[in-house]
Design a protein around this ligand. Structure first.
Ligand SMILES: [Zn+2]
Ligand SMILES: [Zn+2]
Length: 354
């Protein structure tokens, strides 16, 4: 089968020929229909994350083997199932939960695959959806998306799930308690839509691009701040009507994290999601005196994905703008280049030819 793989120290994605995996036991082989392109893919292509003064986190040292087939927002049609599978059959269209844990540790046993220390995420540490076929190690990771547009549904597995689980960390709040969302790309827009769907009213979006802020208003943001190097916490507080009960930072670089800490109200919740990297300085006395709750958030659980799909099926989440393009090595490269440059409104989803 054809697959589109990233090689070390090479920004071009290459077409490679690999054998079609054979499903055994509980595993399932799916033919890829849709594969969303995520910012995480740009970091995997670069080979790591910026850890500020600690240097770079190298993916190779973390067990990621290259060449790797990326793509973790995947909708496929079941092609073949292992002998132990009776929950899906060939022809079924399913969304894949890609945050696959070891299955044995405390986190995995309690349904928190995404918190597993030795997880092997699909499209990150095991081959993903930029390919003709993808192998999923257990049928339990397949989610029925009946009634949803498959391109949009694909994005629920990462950007949607990440936004949903971050919102879960800050709610319940009073509906008019200010919430600030940093970054109004695919994730931020989805978070704003979910906050609105869950009844929250005071939502301020902060972004560097006017185009993103206009989409944020469409999704239900009540205030926006066009950010630049001189943006202060006071600007953000003024826009949203006071100190924030919570912030969700989908950028999470030194500048946004510093600003996020400063806009928080006493006992505020700071949820750091983005992987843009860097570092920030926390005045430790303020952390204690103001009782700030500082949390990192990475994707979400399988149950949260099922919840999110259910909410989506009731029509309560507006779809984010999706640009569909044909799945090929050149289009994966182009999409990653555009995401790296920061010029994508909404989400790019690659569609497989039939
Ligand atoms: Zn992702
Ligand atoms: Zn585990």
């Amino acid at each position: 089968m054809r697959a589109y793989a990233v090689f070390p120290d090479d920004t071009t994605i290459h077409e490679v020929e690999v054998p079609v995996p054979a499903p055994e036991g509980s595993s399932v082989l799916l033919r890829v229909l849709r594969a969303g392109v995520c910012h995480t893919d740009t970091h995997l292509r670069e080979g790591g994350y910026d850890l500020g003064s600690k240097g770079m986190m190298n993916m190779k040292d973390r067990g990621v083997e290259y060449p790797m087939v990326l793509g973790h927002e995947v909708v496929g049609i079941v092609e073949q199932v292992g002998e132990a599978v009776d929950t899906v059959r060939p022809g079924d269209v399913r969304l894949i939960y890609p945050w696959i844990g070891c299955g044995e540790c405390r986190q995995c046993r309690s349904g928190h695959d995404n918190s597993c220390a030795t997880g092997r995420n699909l499209g990150v540490a095991r081959h993903g959806g930029y390919a003709e076929y993808v192998l999923v190690p257990d049928a339990k990771y397949l989610v029925d998306i009946d009634g949803l547009d498959p391109s949009w549904a694909a994005t629920l597995a990462c950007s949607g799930l990440t936004a949903h689980s971050a919102v879960d960390r800050i709610l319940p709040l009073e509906p008019d308690e200010p919430v600030v969302v940093f970054g109004a790309g695919g994730l931020g827009l989805t978070a704003i839509a979910i906050l609105r769907a869950r009844g929250h009213r005071a939502i301020c979006a902060v972004d560097r691009a006017d185009q993103n802020l206009s989409l944020a208003r469409d999704m239900g943001a009540s205030a926006t701040v066009l950010s630049g190097s001189d943006t202060t916490a006071r600007d953000v507080r003024r826009a949203v009507g006071g100190p924030a009960g919570a912030v969700i930072d989908f950028v999470n670089n030194g500048a946004t994290a510093t600003l996020a800490f400063e806009v928080l109200a006493k006992a505020g919740i700071m949820v750091q999601v983005g992987l843009f990297g860097g570092e920030f300085t926390v005045p430790t006395a303020l952390l204690a005196l103001r009782m700030i709750r500082l949390e990192g958030s990475f994707v979400g659980t399988l149950d949260q994905l099922r919840d999110l799909v259910r909410i989506a099926q009731t029509g309560q989440i507006p779809t984010i703008p999706i640009a569909e393009r044909a799945l090929s090595a050149a289009e994966v490269t182009r999409a990653l280049d555009e995401l790296t440059a920061g010029g994508v409104a909404g989400r790019i989803v690659l569609t497989a030819p039939h």
